[in-house]
Design a protein around this ligand. Structure first.
Ligand SMILES: Cc1ncc(COP(=O)(O)O)c(C=O)c1O
Length: 416
């Protein structure tokens, strides 16, 4: 199987006062039959702040951590990117003066219909449709796949976790194909599963280790590589659930494989509005599922996982396919320009990409982390990697032409 591009890279504590207070903040009389208020703080009931401080100092009973599931106690937290406001304060720059090329967002944002629709929300005080009917109908039209095969989520991220919650028993194994999106590994850990990282020998690994599912990403984040039909079909023949993440499919020349779920009962295809439609902040993703699987996801999902604002925004975005196409074309043009310019930087080796980002190996003894930090001081954010197979690599999202210009200016300054 040719995965050549990838192969190359190789609580708040409850105070005593809290227990004494009844619902709505009303205090139970101190003579209440059941009182968990420590004797020592009896005098402080009139001074809740002092009581809270005293209680915090004299912790009693088992530690909070002892209640946490064992496999989660050693979980490394997911490292998300910093939000604009935090970045802005740290860099001493206004958010609009920061060039964000670190999270593969779409700098053009959604079509104007989205702001209009959000401004006209009629019933924000009513819970959203648990079945996201309008959105799924719009997606059926957009994709050509009937809505009964489609389920929407709070980003593709939510669906990755939902799939794992439905499929994995603690101790089960999954396969992912590094370097890839780290959320698979993170969610696997949250769900008590083990991750096998063996791209070269998938058939053997499936036979010997019997993993439950494999996560394939096409185009892959972070190297921008794609999976061809032949390889995908070979993997689909194995006794394993295949989750194909197409978060960046629009930036490639590939057609989505959403409709394949009708033929392959072991295939799930994930998509998102974050990249194509510039809606990362509103959190809308969706998946195509075989009917034999989707039924269980419906049962297990949070009922109101897609907010009213998210559903309305996604539907509005789909109303303007011309805008989406234009923005995509602008990003593709810019990707090609960015790639050519990066090739000229003597300490970078960019990889050709089928997506809206470019992975670069940092060469000539330069340090990836230092490059990221120096660019950040100039207001340009990129992603650097310092772990495992990607140590010494950076990833740059494709932005607007002026973003590329600022990046290149920064990189050239680092050359001196
Ligand atoms: C491969 C891949 N899948 C899924 C996601 C998450 O998508 P969403 O924003 O819809 O949660 C990302 C985000 O960067 C990604 O890179």
């Amino acid at each position: 199987m040719d995965f050549s591009v990838r192969a190359r890279i190789q609580s708040p504590h409850r105070s005593a006062a809290h227990f004494v207070a009844g619902e709505g903040g009303r205090r139970r009389p101190a003579t209440s039959r059941v009182s968990f208020r420590p004797m020592a703080s009896a005098a402080s009931v009139e001074e809740p702040a002092a009581a809270a401080a005293a209680a915090a100092e004299t912790k009693r009973g088992p530690s909070g951590a002892s209640f946490i599931r064992e496999h989660l106690r050693s979980l490394a937290p997911y490292q998300p990117i910093l939000p604009f406001e935090v970045l802005s304060a740290r860099l001493g720059r206004k958010p609009e003066d920061i060039i964000k090329l670190d999270a593969n967002e779409n700098p053009y944002g959604p079509p104007p219909e989205v702001a209009k629709a959000l401004g006209n929300l009629k019933f924000p005080y009513v819970y959203p449709d648990p079945e996201s009917r309008q959105l799924r109908a719009a997606l059926a039209e957009d994709s050509g796949l009937e809505s009964e095969y489609i389920l929407a989520g709070c980003g593709a991220d939510e669906l990755i976790d939902l799939i794992m919650r439905c499929v994995l028993e603690p101790g089960d194994k999954i396969v992912d194909c590094p370097p890839t999106f780290t959320m698979y590994e993170f969610d696997a850990s949250v769900n008590g599963a083990l991750v096998i990282k063996d791209v070269a020998q998938i058939v053997k690994v499936v036979e010997q280790e019997k993993p439950k599912c494999i996560f394939l990403t096409s185009p892959n984040n972070p190297d921008g590589s794609i999976i061809n039909d032949e390889d995908l079909l070979k993997i689909l023949d194995l006794p394993i659930l295949v989750v194909l993440d197409e978060a960046y499919i629009e930036f490639s020349s590939l057609q989505t494989r959403m409709s394949w779920v009708k033929k392959h009962d072991n295939l799930i295809v994930l998509r998102t509005f974050s990249k194509r439609a510039g809606l990362a902040g509103l959190r809308v993703g969706y998946g195509a599922f075989p009917l034999s699987i989707i039924e269980y996801l419906w049962r297990a999902k949070q009922p109101y996982n897609v907010s009213v604002a998210a559903e309305v925004s996604a539907c509005a975005a789909l109303q303007n396919p011309t805008y989406l196409e234009e923005v995509k074309n602008l990003l593709l043009q810019e990707r090609d320009r960015l790639y050519d310019l990066l090739k000229e930087i003597p300490f970078l080796k960019p990889f050709p990409s089928h997506s809206n980002f470019i992975l670069c190996e940092v060469t000539s003894g330069k340090d990836a982390k230092k490059i990221k930090e120096d660019l950040a001081k100039m207001g340009v954010m990129i992603r650097h990697y310092d772990k495992k197979e990607l140590k010494g690599y950076i990833r740059i999202s494709v932005g607007k032409p002026e973003h590329t210009d600022a990046l290149m200016k920064g990189l050239k300054a680092l050359q001196l």
